[in-house]
Write a protein that binds this ligand. Structure first.
Ligand code: NAD
Ligand code: MG
Length: 395
């Protein structure tokens, strides 16, 4: 009998987490080792009853007793507190870790998995954006495998001739540039003067993907593509000049790699996150993801346009942070998380999100990101500043 692969799903109650469990449930060779959530006790309890993991971690300790009670008749051991996320991510008995916590909250556990040499499936792009160089050093030192789950980076990975993660792309393998596609989000064609009135519900209604609320707002501002621009630079050790963003509203081509001879290799698929998740789980093999295959002759025409950086300044801010490097991406990410939370809570207008981020970036020095402490200090200071700006409403 072949050994089962023991998977830890960090952020199992979210959109990526649930899609991961959907793929796992289709294949007997995967076993769930640990599941984690912030405070969605009911969903986590339901997942534990279905998958009987060895551990369930609730980051919010105040509700752990409730979870224990719900799982009284289940063999799963309940752990609580953010530190325990690292325990299950680096546990010697887990093989593969899906990093699907949203935002900076996922950084420590993702790094713990990477340092422990696990096969890490990276959905939590914010952790790479914040700590890019340290993160990639840790991948090299840990000796594990890092597989991108973000659909664009997964596509790029698939379009490269050999896995180039953590390797210098420039001058190697004849790559001329990488083309990152963006759907453009729900407000792609909305006139700029109407962006001030959009509601969180409208921003979260993405035309192609069903995702968590934070990444949905990021897709609507195009900050998601700004974060992905930074993510691609670190993942593939790619200079900014070799990276281009193209709007592709149909979300069928998930990204492309152009070679020196003029060939462009693209990955196409229906927009379904189970495809990159299945790719990451099974790599280097291929397994069924549950997604419907492409109906090429039934598709809408595929369009490609240049992004409008005037209407969507968040993309430009992301590109600027990639060029500045150091602590700039961590500052950008922290200010964005605060601004998006402010928008979702009805405290900030949609068209002010970019102003908060730009203001924080202009007020904070960009330092060398030499340690995790430096990065986390920059993150905390950016959060304080962004919150002050929102409270004072002077953006
Ligand atoms: P989501 O909001 O649906 O789920 C987030 C998960 O993280 C939940 O399980 C939640 O309990 C957990 N979590 C939130 N805050 C936490 C905290 N402080 N401590 C511990 N756990 C916490 O988000 P999502 O859409 O699944 O996105 C997850 C990550 O994947 C994000 O980084 C996102 O950018 C990335 N991603 C998502 C998609 C997608 O289609 N949803 C696509 C590409 C990349
Ligand atoms: Mg993406």
């Amino acid at each position: 009998m072949t050994e089962t692969i023991k998977v830890t799903v960090l952020g199992s109650t979210g959109s990526i987490g649930e899609n991961t469990l959907d793929v796992i449930a289709r294949h007997a060779k995967y076993e769930v080792f640990a599941l984690t959530a912030c405070h969605s006790v009911e969903t986590l309890a339901g997942q534990c009853r279905r998958f009987t993991p060895r551990f369930a971690v609730l980051a919010d300790s105040s509700r752990a007793a409730e979870l224990e009670q719900m799982l009284a008749d289940c063999p799963t051991e309940v752990l609580s507190g953010a530190d325990q996320l690292e325990t299950v991510a680096a546990h010697p008995d887990t093989d593969t870790v899906m990093a699907a916590i949203v935002g900076a909250a996922g950084l420590r556990a993702t790094l713990a998995a990477v340092a422990a040499g696990k096969k890490v499936l990276l959905a939590n792009k914010e952790s790479l954006v914040m700590a890019g160089e340290l993160f990639m050093d840790s991948v090299r030192r840990g000796g594990g495998q890092l597989l991108p789950i973000d659909s664009e980076h997964n596509a790029i990975y698939q379009c490269l001739p050999v896995p180039l993660i953590g390797d210098v792309i420039s001058g190697k393998q004849g790559v001329r540039k990488v083309i990152l596609t963006a759907s453009g989000g729900p407000f792609l064609d909305l006139p700029a003067d109407r962006l001030g009135d959009v509601t969180p519900e409208q921003a979260c209604r993405h035309p192609r993907w069903e995702m968590g609320r934070k990444i949905s707002v990021d897709s609507a501002t195009l900050m998601n593509k700004g974060l992905e621009f930074i993510e691609a630079c670190f993942l593939f050790d790619l200079p900014c000049e070799q990276l281009e963003v193209v709007i592709h509203p149909q979300s069928i081509v998930h990204s492309m790699v152009e070679y020196q001879d003029g060939s462009v290799i693209a990955q196409l698929a229906n927009p379904d996150m189970r495809i990159p998740i299945a790719y990451g789980l099974a790599w280097p093999e291929r397994i069924d993801s549950g997604a419907v295959g492409l109906d090429l002759t039934g598709l809408q025409p595929l369009e490609f346009r240049s992004p409008d950086l005037e209407r969507f300044p968040c993309l430009r801010l992301g590109m600027d942070a990639a060029r500045a490097a150091g602590t700039a991406p961590a500052i950008l990410n922290a200010a964005n998380e605060v601004a998006v939370a402010g928008f979702l809570a009805g405290r900030l207008q949609f068209d002010r999100i970019h102003r908060v981020i730009a203001e924080v970036m202009s007020k904070m020095p960009c330092e060398v990101a030499a340690s995790l402490d430096i990065i986390q200090t920059a993150d905390s200071q950016a959060r304080i500043l962004a919150n002050e700006l929102i409270v004072k409403e002077n953006v």
